[in-house]
Design a binder for this molecule. Structure first.
Ligand code: PEP
Ligand code: MN
Length: 474
C-alpha cells in the first residue's frame, strides 16, 4: 500500500528568531571590521606551502577577474530552504565525492551523480513526505585537509596530497609540488560542471515526468534499482492522476528542480578571490558555491577559517566531531550567526554511532539552552573510516547505524534531524563494504577509484535513502 502520510514533528521557528542568550568571550569578540582578506591576520591551518609566491598572486588575480560561480539571490533561496529543514518542514540531501579530480572530470560522471541525487530525493520526498533540499558536494570540492603534512611510502617521504586544486595524487615529487596554476584549472572545471548542472536542473532533464528514466543502467537488475522503479511507477501514476484533475504540466515544479552546490571552505586564497559584494543587498558573498562549510580540522574559534566565514552571507556549515565541547559549539554558533538567522548555519555532526549517542545530546541541549537555531545534519561517513587490506574504507552497516543514532537522539530530545551528508558517487565503485549487494573486503580492489575517502556507490546510496525515508515517515 501507499506509505503512511508523513506526521513529522515540526517546530515553529520565526523568520528571525530571538536574540540568542550567548556571551562571546571578549578575547574572541570580533570588534575589528571584516573584509574578504581579514582572515590573513589569523593563523590558518591546512594551507599549501607554495614556493613561487608571484605565481600564486597571478593565479589569484586571474580568478578575481572571473565571473562569480553563483549568485547571492540563489544563496538566499537556499538559506530559506535550510531554515525549513531546521524546523522539520524540509530535509537536506547533501552528497557527492570526497574530492573532485581533474582526471575524473566527465559529463557522464556529473550526470550520474546528479541523477542519483534526484533518485534519492524522490525516495525521500515520496517516502518521507517532505520537500528535499538538494545540495551537491560538487563544482568546487577540490581542497582536502590532511591529518599529516607528509606521507612516507617505502622510506620515501613526500608532501601529502591536498586535493587537485593544490597538488596531484601520484606519489612523485613533481605531482606533490603545490602548483598555483591548479587554482585556475579548478575554477574552470567548477564553472563547466556548474554549467552542466544548471542545464540538467532547468533544461528539462530533471522534469518530474522523467522519474522512471533516471534509473542508472547498471542498477536495472539490482534490488535497490527495482525498489526505486516501484516508487517511480507510483510517482508516474500520481502525476497522471493530477494531470487528469487538470494540473498544468508547465508548472515550474514539474519541469525544473532546485539544485545547490557546496564544498569545504578550506583554501582561503581561492575563496577570497571569489568573494564578491552583492549589488542588490551590498553584502559580501563567497561566490565559489552556494553553501560553504568549515571542516573539523579548521574550526578553531580564533583562527582564519572562522574569521573568513563569519563575514560571508551564504548559508554555511561547520563539521563537528565528539571532540568539540558543547560550550565551544555554542560560542562558535554565536560567532558565525550572531543575529540567529534560521538557515544560516548547519551543524554537520560526524562522530560514529556510539560517540554520537554519548555526546550529541549534551550538544543539542547546550544549543537549545542558548536559544540558537541551527540545522542539524548527519555526516555518517567521517566518523566511520577504517583501513581494511590496505584500503581506506567504510562499512555500510556503520554508516547506517550512525544515521539511526542521529534520528534516535533527535527523537528522544524532541529536536529536528535536518539532513544527511554523504560521500557518494553514481559510479559503480567498490569502495565501501556491505549493503544489500554486499561488497566484500575482497571486492575493494576491483573498482576502487577515489583519490581520497571511500564513497557509497549508487546502490548503497539508494539503500541509505530508503532507510532515511522510513525514519522520516515515523
Ligand atoms: C570531508 O568532508 O571530506 C572532510 C574532510 O570532513 P571533516 O572535516 O569532517 O573531517
Ligand atoms: Mn572526505
Amino acid at each position: 500500500g501507499l506509505p503512511a502520510l508523513a506526521r513529522r514533528r515540526t517546530v515553529s521557528v520565526s523568520a528571525v528568531a530571538s536574540e540568542p542568550r550567548v556571551e562571546v568571550p571578549s578575547s574572541l569578540q570580533n570588534n575589528s571590521s571584516w573584509s574578504p582578506a581579514s582572515w590573513r591576520s589569523k593563523p590558518a591551518q591546512q594551507q599549501p606551502e607554495y614556493i613561487d609566491k608571484v605565481e600564486v598572486e597571478k593565479a589569484v588575480a586571474e580568478i578575481h577577474r572571473m565571473p562569480p560561480l553563483i549568485f547571492a539571490g540563489e544563496c538566499r533561496t537556499l538559506q530559506q530552504r535550510l531554515a525549513k529543514a531546521a524546523a522539520g518542514e524540509a530535509f537536506v540531501l547533501f552528497g557527492g565525492d570526497c574530492a573532485e579530480a581533474f582526471s575524473q572530470f566527465s559529463a557522464n560522471r556529473i550526470r550520474d551523480l546528479y541523477r542519483l541525487l534526484l533518485q534519492m530525493s524522490i525516495v525521500l520526498a515520496f517516502g518521507g513526505g517532505v520537500p528535499i533540499v538538494k545540495l551537491g558536494r560538487v563544482a568546487g570540492q577540490f581542497a582536502k585537509p590532511r591529518s599529516a603534512p607528509t606521507e612516507t611510502i617505502d622510506g620515501v617521504t613526500l608532501p601529502s596530497y591536498r586535493g587537485d586544486i593544490i597538488n596531484g595524487p601520484e606519489f612523485t615529487e613533481e605531482a606533490r609540488r603545490c602548483d598555483p596554476q591548479r587554482l585556475v584549472r579548478a575554477y574552470n572545471q567548477s564553472a563547466a560542471t556548474l554549467n552542466l548542472l544548471r542545464g540538467f536542473s532547468y533544461g528539462g532533464y530533471a522534469g518530474l515526468s522523467r522519474v522512471s528514466q533516471w534509473n542508472l543502467d547498471f542498477m536495472k537488475n539490482t534490488h535497490e534499482g527495482h525498489h526505486y522503479m516501484d516508487i517511480a511507477k507510483r510517482v508516474d501514476e500520481a502525476i497522471q492522476f493530477m494531470i487528469a484533475c487538470g494540473m498544468d504540466t508547465n508548472m515550474p515544479f514539474m519541469r525544473e528542480t532546485e539544485f545547490f552546490t557546496a564544498h569545504e571552505c578550506l583554501l582561503l586564497d581561492y575563496e577570497e578571490a571569489l568573494t564578491r559584494r552583492d549589488s542588490t543587498s551590498d553584502l559580501w558573498y563567497g561566490c565559489s558555491a552556494h553553501f560553504l562549510w568549515c571542516g573539523e580540522r579548521t574550526r578553531q574559534l580564533d583562527h582564519a577559517h572562522v574569521e573568513y566565514m563569519r563575514g560571508v552571507h551564504n548559508p554555511i556549515g561547520v563539521k563537528v566531531s565528539d571532540k568539540m565541547a558543547p560550550n565551544d559549539l555554542v560560542t562558535l554558533i554565536a560567532m558565525l550567526n550572531p543575529s540567529n538567522v534560521p538557515g544560516r548555519l548547519s551543524i554537520i555532526v560526524r562522530m560514529g554511532a556510539k560517540k554520537l549517542r554519548d555526546k550529541l545530546p549534551s550538544m543539542i541541549e547546550a544549543v537549545q539552552r542558548s536559544g540558537q537555531v541551527v540545522t542539524w545534519v548527519c555526516d555518517p561517513m567521517h566518523g566511520n573510516t577504517e583501513t581494511v587490506s590496505g584500503y581506506k574504507t567504510r562499512r555500510y552497516e556503520n554508516v547506517r547505524s550512525e544515521i539511526e543514532a542521529f534520528f534516535d537522539v533527535h527523537d528522544k530530545m524532541g529536536t529536528v534531524p535536518g539532513g544527511v551528508h554523504l560521500e557518494m558517487t553514481g559510479d559503480n565503485v567498490t569502495e565501501c563494504i556491505g549493503g544489500g549487494a554486499s561488497i566484500s573486503e575482497d571486492d575493494l580492489n576491483s573498482r576502487y577509484h577515489t583519490h581520497c575517502d571511500p564513497r557509497l556507490n549508487a546502490e548503497q546510496s539508494l539503500e541509505i535513502a530508503f532507510y532515511v525515508a522510513q525514519r522520516l515517515r515515523q
